[in-house]
Design a protein around this ligand. Structure first.
Ligand SMILES: Nc1ncnc2c1ncn2[C@@H]1O[C@H](COP(=O)(O)OP(=O)(O)OP(=O)(O)O)[C@@H](O)[C@H]1O
Ligand SMILES: [Mg+2]
Length: 622
């Protein structure tokens, strides 16, 4: 058997620096003489022996080397991707050519500028940018080569990489330990579910296994604490977590934060016991997404989906008989088949008889057999037959009479039979894997919903889904602004502060909307009569936060976040809520220098704006 080569961190670091050094040598062989300005750029001396570097210079050299290596990677990627786009767009002309053309024409002339307008494609300027990128790449590469040729810098860089590799490895270990804990929790729940389904109590051996799971969990948590005690590992683990959120957002648009994971674990443990789960909560807390996530990640299925918000009839849930039209060629094929069969069984039939049979078959099969009926199973029955989860979304939007029929189905286990009246009383055998997850709003005057009766509800395990904690919302939003290396793509540090205050404002608005917080000083409140300010229909949930942050990012943070808050959230809200929303955002230091006309909100006066901004004392402005 061949020997396996193992590389230590030091080997990896050596390899990385050595390879750069070698790159430098080959480059020097190709280009004997390099322009002076490039030497100046890399901070080297143009001729003679390199001077001794002091500590600070070495540190700066390593920094530049790290930056240059990253820039090189980016440039290469940019060139490759631009190349790919540009190769399909040979006809586009450069920006310079357009500028020249505009300089050259006199618009008063009887000229047709359409040709010029047509040639401006979205890939305009790519060629120019590729040329610039290549030029910059050459500079960066020679800068790298130059830095790495300095022994002190190369050695310090090597040390830096070694340290980094070890921090990364430790941070990865944190993640592995967390996954280990997660697996133990799932295994523990599965064991309980299995014994429950078998209707037996835990055996002695089971108890031993349980004890070990608890011990592993405890030990793993201890190790995580040890590792996270080191600053560098802590930050790297955090960075990796945000990158993991970013990956989840790109893959599924859904992030499993710690609080969501905790909720998910509870849901899975009940579902595994065959108990239907109802997720209740206010607008946009994430109920539907959590149900979908549980079905996909923990049960491994794209679930069947019943939407209660649309007109749901029992046929939409159980199924319906459908009339189908059969194509003519199918009907003729069937007719010919029947004729052949007839001749086969009646070989001596006289011609006249055959003519008569042919006429009858033709009439029955080809002419009248145009339509056919078959039973099309609805999502609930499909889920039972195929052993899948079914999500009944916004269950309280489904008429009461239909919902009550679900009673019969809810607690069916694998192997049970269910009769479907819609299909002439057919028996369906429930397959393993069938689970019911439902969502609904919190009972309140705000949601005009069917009231689910107590007997029906008692069959469910219900859980109230709250808006994610502020810190988690913040992390999800930050993750959406990271590039693949974990660097934040914002214009300046104020933007990050704005984002933080946006999540604070969101948390406040959510508390007011949910009635968890009373505000006697808000717009529309009447403290004397103990009437607090209220939001009729508007809540700043993650759904709305995405509506604000995504366009902000898409337009490259061109304007401060508050512009997007106004245009993507406050203005699309119902009129009754708009002024109070402006006031709430002002409390979180948004719109600090805005003038009343910039808002364009009916009923919002200058006095109010000044009062909201704290520039005018006195009672809430009138
Ligand atoms: N964990 C998450 N990660 C990323 N985005 C999320 C997450 N949870 C919710 N969202 C976003 O918030 C939006 C609202 O979530 P969802 O539709 O599940 O809420 P809901 O409680 O079902 O709302 P409603 O009461 O209106 O039905 C989603 O469209 C999604 O974009
Ligand atoms: Mg929903």
């Amino acid at each position: 058997m061949g020997k396996t080569n193992r590389f230590s961190n030091e080997d990896v670091a050596w390899y990385l620096t050595e390879r750069l050094r070698r790159e430098k040598k080959t480059q020097q062989r190709i280009k004997r003489v390099r322009p002076k300005e490039q030497l100046a750029h890399s901070g080297s001396v143009a001729s003679g022996k390199p001077k001794r570097l002091n500590h600070l210079e070495i540190e700066q050299g390593v920094d530049r080397l790290i930056q240059a290596t990253l820039e090189k990677e980016d440039l290469l990627k940019q060139i490759i991707s631009d190349q790919a786009v540009a190769s399909g767009q040979k006809t586009s002309i450069t920006q310079e050519e357009i500028l020249d053309a505009l300089e050259g024409v006199d618009v008063m002339d009887d000229l047709d500028l359409r040709a010029l307008t047509h040639s401006i494609g979205s890939t305009q300027g790519l060629e120019g940018s590729m040329v610039r990128a290549r030029r910059r790449l050459a500079e960066v590469e020679s800068g790298i080569a130059d830095l790495i040729s300095r022994k002190n810098i190369a050695k310090a860089y090597e040390d830096h990489i070694t340290r980094k590799v070890s921090v990364i490895r430790s941070a990865r270990n944190v993640k592995s330990l967390q996954t280990l804990i997660e697996k133990c929790e799932l295994a523990h729940m599965e064991l309980l579910a299995r014994r429950n389904n078998e209707n037996v109590t835990l055996t002695k051996a089971d108890n031993e296994i349980e004890k070990k799971y608890a011990l592993i969990r405890q030990k793993a948590l201890g190790r995580i604490d040890d590792l996270m005690g080191h600053d560098e590992i802590y930050y790297e683990a955090k960075r990796r977590r945000l990158l993991e959120y970013r990956r989840q957002l790109l893959n599924s648009g859904f992030v499993e934060t710690p609080s969501i994971r905790e909720e998910v674990m509870k849901i899975v443990s009940h579902s595994q016991l065959g108990i239907p789960v109802l997720l209740r909560g206010h607008l946009g807390t994430g109920k539907t997404e959590i149900a979908l996530h549980v079905a996909r990640k923990y049960f491994g299925y794209e679930p069947e989906f019943i939407s209660g918000s649309e007109e749901a009839t029992k046929y939409d849930i159980y199924g319906r008989t459908q009339i189908g039209v059969r194509p003519e060629k199918d009907r003729i094929r069937e007719f010919e088949h029947h004729m052949r069969e007839y001749i086969k069984w009646n070989p001596d039939a006289p011609k006249g008889e055959l003519k008569e049979v042919e006429k009858q078959y033709y009439q029955a099969i080809v002419v009248k057999g145009l339509t056919t009926s078959f039973f099309h199973y609805g999502p609930l029955v499909r889920a039972m037959r195929e052993g899948k989860p079914v999500i009944i979304d916004e269950m309280d939007g489904i008429p009461h009479s239909i919902i009550m029929r679900l009673n019969h189905v809810l607690t069916r286990r694998a192997g049970d039979t269910v009769r479907v009246q819609e299909n002439g009383g057919d028996d369906i055998i429930v397959k393993k894997g069938f689970t019911v997850l439902a969502t609904g709003n919190i009972k309140s005057a705000r949601y005009k919903r069917e009231e689910l009766d107590a007997a029906f509800l008692s069959r469910w395990w219900s859980s109230d889904i709250n808006y994610p904690p502020r810190q988690e919302t913040y992390e999800i939003l930050v993750a959406s602004l990271l590039d693949k290396r974990g660097n934040l793509q914002i214009k300046n540090s104020d933007d990050l502060d704005d984002l933080k205050r946006l999540t604070e404002a969101a948390a406040e608005i959510q508390r007011i909307f949910a009635g968890e917080q009373v505000d006697y000083f808000g717009e529309g409140a009447d403290a004397a009569r103990e009437i607090p300010a209220s939001l009729k229909k508007s809540v700043l949930s993650l759904r709305h936060l995405w509506n604000i942050v995504r366009p902000w990012k898409a337009r490259n943070f061109d304007k401060p976040l508050e512009n997007y808050v106004l245009n993507e959230f406050i203005k699309p809200s119902v009129i009754e809520d708009q002024i109070y929303l402006v006031q709430l955002f002002c409390r979180f230091r948004f719109f600090k220098t805005w003038k009343v006309q910039e808002f364009g909100i009916p009923g919002l006066t200058e006095t109010k704006v000044l009062a909201f901004q704290g520039k005018q004392s006195g009672p809430t402005a009138q």
